[in-house]
Design a binder for this molecule. Structure first.
Ligand code: UAG
Ligand code: ATP
Ligand code: API
Ligand code: MG
Length: 489
């Protein structure tokens, strides 16, 4: 694409440059630049992309987009906000891929990954080729690709969506994090359905107040469908039991479709029955009442299933097929995942890393546990510090045996993170074992017939970040080996 054509998409009136080279790629990382690239300088948290412009030109960049003039041998286009311009340029360069996909975006504190997998299954079962972008990976059909962020920055996002279009994907479901909304990573992405799971505390290191965090997530809805397209209406699928939904409904021009358990909603679960192997409920919908039997456990799972059913319904899929799809889902990796090495106590690995998710998941365990409940839990470093004492308190109040340990300490001192957790508990009714592997092995040694061990916080993760090192680490593998070791003794 020619530079001038690309710059037209910015919609400003600047006569940027006489030169009009062919642009072969857009890059914001000088290490990825090839001959003919347009290099975009982005000021980051760690470094300033402007410092890499010269090197990008040396590698073949034929134009540079920057926030200030730079002394280079190629045209330098100066804009106010390169991040924002990058989103617009990426959308134009990749020829607006989101317009060619049935795009579903999910936001909320907890449940995004789980709900996105449920939605992916429903659409795949309906015979569609699907795409998924989220915490665990990017998936195109059956192929998965590694990711760095839950929601990638705009350039990577639009490139991925283009690949999906080229590979004949019809429906794409993606997690939209609050960071992504604030950074404008999804700016210009044309969603057809925006889904809200819930809002509880997380990421206050970044957003500072719950009000700001709420606003960040609300951007998904305020940016959705501010025009009426009656051929393909846009929908906001909202949780009627979360008070924030009222505000999101007000902020969007899209049609709202609600789901809930406690409050009246377009889609409501009634008469919920739980057992250790699954959950059943009556689904009250615009198409009548249907019995649903899912293999997932806990009230929070019912919410995720309702959000997924609602999304599929507003997308035009038939209810009977949707129900049979969700009923066959056994679970999502690292979410309430059992570890079974033939032991006589239960071990569950779960990704609960917020106060609300930890409380939900412990409540669910309590409904079935007959004897002691062990919880092995830590809090991530370089993340919201204020959730640490809250999570510790929840662990002690809802388990008989709380074991505080490390999650991903990152650049922080693991002992300090543990001290922050201890601020939330007054009595010493917990055990502190900094080394996560040792903490898991300790819990396994202590458990007896009928007990439950919940290993919280890292779910599907296969690594542990300590300092600037990344170690192989998988809660499930360690628990499995600890159980085996115990049996051999
Ligand atoms: C705080 C934050 O959001 N950081 C994101 C940001 O990194 P950064 O600002 O440090 O970037 P930087 O390293 O300073 O680089 C600035 C610019 O220089 C360029 N550069 C850099 C080095 C170089 O050698 N050459 C070069 O050209 C970079 O390509 C970039 O354009 O931009 C990077 C590239 O897009 C992101 O991967 C990175 O996410 C980091 C890994 C992160 O941990 N983010 C978290 C807070 C986050 O976004 N989490 C949410 C999920 C939250 C949830 O689950 O609820 C997410 O969506 O992932
Ligand atoms: N609807 C829900 N409400 C509250 N807690 C939930 C819900 N769904 C899942 N959880 C809990 O939250 C944990 C994380 O779930 P999931 O990975 O689906 O959320 P997420 O929103 O994608 O999280 P992240 O922001 O880290 O990507 C689960 O392991 C479970 O403990
Ligand atoms: N998306 C979340 C994941 C947290 C997972 C937990 N294991 C941790 O490292 O804190 C975050 O980046 O805050
Ligand atoms: Mg996720």
């Amino acid at each position: 694409m020619k530079l001038h054509k690309l710059l037209d998409s910015l919609g400003t009136f600047g006569n940027y440059t006489e030169e009009n080279p062919e642009i072969t790629s857009i890059e914001n990382d000088n290490r990825k630049v090839i001959q003919g690239s347009l290099f975009i300088c982005v000021k980051g948290y760690t470094v300033d992309g402007h410092d890499f412009a010269k090197s990008a030109v040396d590698k073949g960049a034929v134009a540079v987009l920057a926030e200030r003039d730079l002394d280079l041998t190629v045209p330098v286009i100066v804009v106010k906000n390169t991040s924002r311009s990058m989103a617009i340029l990426a959308d134009a360069f990749y020829e607006q891929p989101s317009h060619k996909l049935h795009m579903i975006g999910i936001t909320g504190t907890n449940g995004k990954t789980t709900t996105s997998h449920l939605i992916d299954t429903i659409f795949a079962d309906a015979g569609q080729k699907t795409g998924l972008i989220g915490t665990m990976y990017t998936k195109i059909g059956d192929q998965t690709f590694e990711v760095k962020n839950t929601t990638p920055e705009s350039l990577t996002l639009q490139k991925t969506l283009r690949k999906m279009v080229d590979e004949k994907v019809e429906t794409t479901v993606m997690e939209v994090s609050s960071h992504a909304l604030v950074h404008g990573r999804v700016h210009g992405t044309d969603y057809d359905v925006a889904v809200f799971t819930n809002l509880t505390q997380d990421h206050l290191d970044y957003h500072k107040t719950m009000e700001e965090y709420k606003k960040a997530k609300g951007l998904l809805f305020s940016q959705l469908g501010n025009s009426f397209n009656h051929q393909k209406p846009k929908y906001a699928v909202l949780n009627a039991d979360d008070p924030t939904s009222v505000e999101y409904e007000r902020s969007t021009a899209a049609i709202s479709f609600t789901y809930g358990i406690d409050n009246d909603a377009d889609l409501q679960a009634k008469n919920i029955q739980m057992s250790a192997s699954g959950t059943s409920f009556d689904l009250v919908s615009p198409f009548g009442v249907h019995k649903v039997n899912i293999q997932l456990i806990g009230k929070f799972s019912v919410y995720n299933v309702l959000a997924a059913i609602g999304t599929a319904l507003v997308s035009g899929l038939p209810l009977a097929a949707i129900i049979s799809s969700v009923e066959k889902v056994k679970g999502v990796s690292g979410r309430f995942e059992p570890v079974d090495a033939g032991q006589d106590f239960s071990v569950i690995v779960d990704y609960a890393h917020t106060p609300d998710s930890l409380e939900n998941v412990l409540n669910t365990v309590r409904q079935f546990a007959q004897k002691r409940i062990f919880v092995v839990v830590g809090c991530g470093g370089d993340r919201d510090r204020t959730k640490r004492p809250l999570m510790a308190k929840i662990a002690c109040e809802n388990a008989t045996d709380a074991i505080f340990t490390s999650d991903n300490p990152r650049s922080e001192d693991p002992e300090q993170i543990l001290r922050d957790m201890e601020e939330g508990v007054s009595e010493e009714n917990y055990t502190k074992i900094t080394d996560r592997e040792e903490a898991i092995r300790y819990a396994v040694r202590q458990a007896n017939d009928g007990d439950v061990i919940l290993i919280a916080g890292k779910g599907h993760e296969t690594y542990q970040k300590i300092g600037d090192k990344v170690f192989d680490f998988d809660d499930r593998e360690i628990a499995f080996s600890a159980i085996k070791q115990r049996k051999e003794q």
